[in-house]
Design a binder for this molecule. Structure first.
Ligand SMILES: [Zn+2]
Ligand SMILES: [Zn+2]
Length: 372
């Protein structure tokens, strides 16, 4: 990133941390957490110990990070090297990213930036200007993608509460600050699970590795007794998905038996995409990760990782945008349009435009604009 753009973002972020420190969600037992941060155009600093909000505030004001992180794990000695930290337990965390849903709308709001000539383009897989084939992709907020991600959040919360017995009060949902949601679970019996057991949990939540026998398939397939629509957990979800309704079940069962075991097996496997929760397995499995902190700015967008109290009503472009609307002039090369604070911006084709600061920050963070 150009030095002048980095300086502009730093000044803007500093103002945010000064004005909106109350939005920051310090986790329970901050003295047992590892903190870390990144600055623009530089690497990660981690293994930091902060004992209070005051120390956190000081760190933000002094370093003005581009991104701020905190461990979901608790340690006896959070500032020591990993092997000496003495891991105690870790909140369960889940990452749902709209990118991973691969919705058909993605091409309409994804821009590609050529790594050779910095030309920004859409759709093509070859830079139209220099014919290079290497590019970075960047995408902007999209209603359909956010709705899709919200559905995944609801799916996940249903499984966490109904199947795993996790108390709803212990589940906190955040908008990630970019194109997804982070779900934090605190004070659950699962906080002691090691990485291997978290991997099993991920398989369960994503409905991975399910076998036909679980849903009633017998060795003599014609004698199978398939699960019912009102069965608990996956049994019921699978039945609902396959049979649609109780009245339809007898007829559908006959058809399944007719098609045979291999077809049923395939059907069960194909349900993963539909009924499994689309979470990033690596995030949940890693018990030593430092994870973006609630209330801090995501430097991929300039938006805040914002607490969502009403996920259905949450509108990221409105509710997670805290940068002011002073006019700023930028050279914008943003081939996709986006909406922030209910205002539409772009597309811009290498043009000088005057936009509110929040839109300028958004485009600079996305690599689609530079200060004039
Ligand atoms: Zn190029
Ligand atoms: Zn989309």
């Amino acid at each position: 990133m150009l030095e002048k753009d980095a300086k502009f973002l730093e000044d803007t972020f500093k103002k945010y941390y000064f004005d909106h420190f109350d939005l920051i969600r310090t986790p329970k037992n901050p003295e047992m957490r590892e903190f870390g941060y990144q600055k623009f155009n530089s690497g990660m600093t981690r293994h930091i110990s902060l004992r209070s909000d005051k120390e956190l505030h000081l760190m933000l004001m002094k370093n003005v990070p581009s991104d701020v992180y905190c461990s979901n794990a608790r340690y006896s000695f959070p500032n020591l090297p990993m092997a000496e930290k003495d891991w105690q337990n870790a909140d369960l965390i889940f990452d749902i990213d709209a990118k991973d849903l691969h919705l058909p709308c993605r091409a309409n709001h994804t821009a590609k930036k050529c790594t050779s000539c910095s030309n920004v383009f859409t759709n093509d897989d070859v830079c139209p200007q220099c014919k290079a084939t290497k590019f970075e992709t960047t995408s902007v907020l999209c209603n359909d993608c956010i709705s899709g991600a919200k559905k995944e959040v609801e799916k996940l919360i249903e499984i966490l509460t109904f199947d795993l017995g996790i108390n709803k009060e212990n589940i906190t949902v955040y908008f990630s600050g970019n194109e997804g949601f982070h779900i934090h679970v605190s004070d659950s019996e699962y906080e002691n699970l090691d990485s291997r057991h978290r991997a099993d949990l991920v398989d369960y939540l994503t409905f991975k590795g399910a076998i036909p026998e679980t849903f009633g398939a017998k060795t003599n397939f014609s004698k199978s007794v398939f699960s019912d629509l009102d069965d608990k957990g996956w049994l019921g979800r699978v039945a609902k998905s396959i049979f649609s309704s109780k009245s339809n079940k007898p007829k559908a069962e006959k058809q399944i038996v007719l098609e045979g075991y291999p077809a049923f097996k395939k059907k069960i496997e194909s349900l993963q995409h539909e009924i499994g929760a689309h979470i990033d397995p690596n995030v949940t499995i890693d018990v030593h990760r430092i994870f973006r902190m609630g209330g801090t700015i995501n430097s991929k967008s300039g938006l805040t990782k914002m607490l969502c109290t009403d996920i259905a009503k949450f509108n990221p472009g409105m509710d997670a945008c805290f940068i002011d609307d002073d006019q700023v002039t930028v050279l914008a090369d943003c081939p996709v349009s986006f909406k922030l604070k209910n205002k539409k911006f772009g597309p811009y084709k290498k043009e000088q435009v005057s936009v509110p600061k929040y839109a300028a920050v958004y485009m600079i963070c996305k690599g689609c604009a530079t200060l004039v």
